[in-house]
Design a protein around this ligand. Structure first.
Ligand SMILES: [Zn+2]
Length: 158
């Protein structure tokens, strides 16, 4: 496995601190934008499989989580090409940042308002904070999956 050349143990902490900061800031911003913590149904099941229900995008994971795993796979490929000198942890940080920014924009009043008419029947008022964090987590999982897969492919080559 290749890690960055001169990263001291303390230096290796920075990307993880950055990722934590992004997650805290995203949570804060989503709350400020008026998003709920969790589905109004108050059933604390992490997964909700029916996208045609008012529970969609309100629990931690739902079928849309897979599209966010896909984002992670794509980010891995793009960043491996465009930022080869960054450590994988920093690339994961970048991917997390972009995905988090997307969640904040997607859950702003302006964007929700645009789509509200179509989804008003389902009582949609934005993703919950839990769902946005689940999406970011899924993106991270996709990134890590891509990296594992690539590492294994490289092992087979040598
Ligand atoms: Zn629910």
């Amino acid at each position: 496995m290749s890690t960055t050349s001169s990263a001291s143990p303390r230096g290796k902490l920075w990307p993880w601190l950055a990722i934590s900061a992004v997650i805290v800031a995203t949570t804060y911003q989503l709350r400020r934008q008026g998003r709920r913590w969790w589905c109004a149904c108050r059933q604390y099941t992490p997964w909700w499989g029916d996208i045609h229900s008012s529970h969609n995008s309100q629990h931690l994971f739902d079928p849309y989580s897979f599209t966010h795993i896909l984002h992670g796979l794509v980010f891995y490929g793009l960043l491996a090409k465009s930022t080869p000198r960054l450590s994988p942890a920093w690339r994961l940080g970048l991917a997390t940042g972009v995905e988090a920014l997307w969640e904040v924009i997607e859950n702003s009043e302006a964007v929700i308002g645009r789509y509200r008419e179509a989804t008003v029947a389902l009582g949609y008022h934005g993703d919950t904070v839990a769902n946005s964090l689940g999406d970011i987590l899924s993106c991270g999982a996709g990134f890590v999956l891509a990296r594992r897969h690539r590492a294994r492919a490289a092992d087979l080559d040598s």
